[in-house]
Design a protein around this ligand. Structure first.
Ligand SMILES: [Zn+2]
Ligand SMILES: [Zn+2]
Length: 149
């Protein structure tokens, strides 16, 4: 399932300007990729998607740009497991589902829970992730099981 969301360079530059970041070509490229591919890519995936067009773009630069974006709140860094972080441009807060088998991450439209008490804490973001098997992996598992019986 490859979804694609349309976002223009003008919009990307406006998002960067609003966050007080200089719209360097590499920053624009990274944000355009993350915002237009709501598949929660990893830094590696973003790097390999952009390196043909930006041959001087190093993996370190991609990491640095992503962390800068996460710090300024433009994108969310999702760390659901000990493996790699996934990056999400999320204009609307939502929950996630991660497949234990293939690792895909799917957006779930859901209001995120309001904590009952925050005791003076300042909450910046909430990460809610359901885990299980995606539709494809679940069907495959069911097919395997029916074969065995
Ligand atoms: Zn799966
Ligand atoms: Zn998401």
């Amino acid at each position: 399932m490859t979804k694609k969301r349309n976002i223009t360079t003008v919009e990307v530059r406006a998002i960067l300007a609003e966050a007080g970041l200089r719209p360097s070509p590499q920053r624009v490229a990274v944000l355009t990729y993350v915002a237009s591919h709501p598949i929660h890519p990893t830094a590696e995936e973003i790097h390999s998607a952009l390196v043909d067009e930006y041959p001087t773009l190093s993996k370190t630069t991609v990491y640095n740009i992503l962390h800068l974006f996460a710090e300024t709140g433009i994108i969310e860094e999702l760390q659901f497991d000990a493996a790699q972080a996934h990056f999400d441009y999320a204009p609307v807060p939502h929950a996630h589902f991660q497949c234990r088998h293939c690792g895909c991450i799917i957006d779930i439209e859901q209001m995120l829970p309001e904590p009952a008490t925050t005791e003076g804490m300042h909450i910046a973001n909430v990460m809610l992730c359901y885990k299980g098997l995606c539709e494809k992996c679940y069907k495959e598992q069911c097919a395997e099981l029916s074969k065995e019986n």
